[in-house]
Design a protein around this ligand. Structure first.
Ligand code: RIB
Length: 303
């Protein structure tokens, strides 16, 4: 099995569950409040590790009760922590998450200590990237650090996956660093600066990303499944048919990305890796929380 390094953010998710997500200026009475582990990179590391991936996580946290929650979680899941920088002068980040009765969410994240990651930190932890064959990251860490790490991962011959969430500008010249690009529809719209509504729009969007130099494009479409294209092969895959109701979609994209990395690490072919990731993402939506909702390998087999 290939090993996976993940660069990203850990935060404590402060979740408020209610009938609806409050609108601007509105106060509503919530139903439930949960504090749990989150942060896209961290969620992806947990997802991959629970699926038996060999995972090292690169990030920066503070020395507080939130980082303690992170380390407990990594210990339990088997995520390697030697590339986690702990700085007691900084605070570990938090995210405020509003969840409605259908499992939809709205998120605001303050990355905290991880906002202070610098390229030098990547150099200091370069052995982690060097010793892995797959490198996965998102857009929650500072842009220059994300891009620098992608460059280093390419230099060290890793397969790179960029989950461009939250969508933030990427200089055109850097798209060539990406082997697998995994935007959802909204993120794809951001990067192409146009609406994506029809099947044709989705196919054209993937073609445009390929023209930018990305090798493989995976557009995730929520309950409509996913679209894959690498210019030679392209297909739609339906979303996994859930056996339980959706409770919370927070972290579903992270479940998808973490599981996809494990699929690649296990040398599954692309369709198999994507079906696996679809299933894992689907199962994660049937539970509350981000990292806490990531299924274990056995649950995926049994489901
Ligand atoms: O993708 C879900 C995650 O986004 C949450 O856990 C939240 O922390 C934000 O990073």
């Amino acid at each position: 099995m290939k090993s996976i390094s993940i660069l990203g953010v850990f935060v404590a998710d402060l979740c408020f569950i209610g009938d609806k997500i409050p609108s601007k200026g509105q106060t509503i009475l919530g139903k439930k409040h949960v504090v749990g582990p989150g942060g896209k990179g961290s969620n992806q590391a947990i997802a991959a590790s629970r699926l038996n991936g060999e995972v090292s996580f690169i990030t920066k946290v503070g020395k507080d009760s939130h980082s303690e929650m992170a380390f407990n979680l990594y210990k339990e899941a088997g995520v390697k922590t030697h590339s986690i920088i702990q700085d007691e002068k900084l605070f570990t980040g938090v995210a405020g998450i509003m969840i409605d009765k259908d499992g939809n969410n709205a998120i605001s994240i303050v990355s905290g200590a991880a906002e202070h990651l610098v390229s030098e930190d990547i150099d200091n932890k370069i052995e982690t990237i060097k010793n892995s064959e797959i490198f996965l990251t998102q857009m929650e860490t500072p842009d220059e650090v994300t891009i620098y790490a992608l460059k280093k991962a390419k230099e060290h011959k890793c397969i790179t996956i960029l989950n461009p969430a939250p969508a933030r500008k990427i200089d055109e010249g850097n798209f060539k660093l990406i082997d697998f690009f995994t935007p959802n529809e909204t993120e794809a719209e951001f990067y192409l600066n146009k609406k994506i509504k029809t099947v044709e729009d989705i196919k054209n969007a993937a073609d445009e990303f390929l023209k930018k130099g990305i090798k493989n494009v995976i557009i995730t479409l929520g309950e409509k499944g996913i679209y894959f294209s690498n210019g030679k092969e392209n297909f739609f895959l339906e979303a996994y048919k859930l056996k339980q109701a959706v409770v919370d979609t927070t972290g579903a994209g992270d479940a998808f990305n973490g599981a996809f990395a494990v699929g690649l690490a296990n040398d599954l072919d692309i369709k198999e890796a994507l079906s696996f990731a679809n299933k894992v993402a689907g199962i994660s939506t049937t539970r509350l929380g981000a990292a806490s909702s990531m299924p274990f390998a056995k649950e995926v087999t049994d489901n």
